[in-house]
Ligand binder design. Structure first.
Ligand code: KIV
Length: 272
């Protein structure tokens, strides 16, 4: 029997776990306003992320670092109004988790002021205690591993992560630690497909990927990249669905269908 969420049933962390167990792919996209949120929800996206990528695609910045909590709250509130079924994740912006107390207050604001269903945090095993605290407080966490754009200066640029054996072992360990700490979802960004596959296999919680091959439990892309309207170069791992569609609605539906049928990502959109 398919574990795909029923047409109008709200997607929860239990739905995501059932989808992983049933090998039903989880289709996710970012959104930053109510009109797109409604369109994604109607098209059947399982997760909508208000990403701090809004710094780049909405605000025209060259990184996500300047994005503030108040800006995230504003976009979180407007996106939340457009969703009936999709699970809503809000991204903790740079420095919003600088201390446990700040992180708890800020994650609490996302839950109380925006109706978030989950918060997303960049970082590895170093976030263990924070994930434990948020879990104890009833705040679901998506842990973001691999390329972490908020740490771009420490990483020395936007690069594929986990290429050598030491880095790969560290990522596998980070994933284990974060799951044990209570994370409900892992997100892998720019990770070689073989490593992403290993993380997915060892994890009891769902793993979604962006530039992480097609063996993860689901995929996420930046909405404006799939519509071909992001300023600048579209990343290798993304795909412009407007080239095959007559409308935005159709492009989004096509992306979701290709994720569900494992047509996306193909080799061209994968790091090996
Ligand atoms: O900010 C964002 O949109 C993200 C996605 C790229 C996963 O973190």
């Amino acid at each position: 029997m398919s574990t795909q969420p029923k047409k109008n049933a709200k997607v929860t962390i239990n739905t995501l776990r059932e989808m992983k167990e049933g090998n039903d792919k989880i289709a996710c996209l970012t959104a930053y306003d109510v009109s797109f949120a409604q369109l994604l929800d109607d098209a059947g996206a399982d997760i909508v992320l208000v990403g701090d990528s809004l710094g780049m695609v909405i605000q025209g910045l060259d990184s996500t670092i300047p994005v503030t909590m108040d800006e995230m709250i504003y976009h979180g509130q407007v996106v939340s109004r457009g969703l009936k079924r999709a699970l809503l994740i809000l991204d903790m912006p740079f420095m919003s988790d600088a201390s446990t107390q700040q992180a708890v207050e800020n994650a609490g604001r996302f839950m109380k002021e925006c109706g978030a269903n989950m918060v997303k945090l960049e970082g590895g095993a170093d976030q263990k205690e924070l994930v434990e605290t948020l879990t104890r407080l009833g705040i679901p966490v998506c842990a973001h591993l691999g390329l972490q754009p908020q740490r771009v200066h420490k990483l020395g640029g936007y690069k594929v992560q986990g290429r050598d054996a030491v880095a790969a072992e560290k990522m596998l360990n980070d994933a284990r630690v974060l799951e044990q700490a209570g994370a409900d979802l892992l997100l892998l960004e720019c990770v070689p497909a073989e490593l992403a596959n290993k993380v997915t296999e060892q994890s009891g919680i769902p793993v979604i990927g962006i530039g992480a091959g097609n063996q993860t439990d689901g995929q996420i892309l930046v909405l404006y990249d799939i519509l071909g309207i992001s300023a600048g170069r579209i990343p290798k791992f993304s795909k412009n669905y407007m080239q095959q569609a007559n409308s935005i609605q159709q492009a989004v539906e096509l992306y979701i269908e290709e994720v569900k049928s494992e047509k996306f990502p193909d080799n061209e959109h994968t790091f090996n």
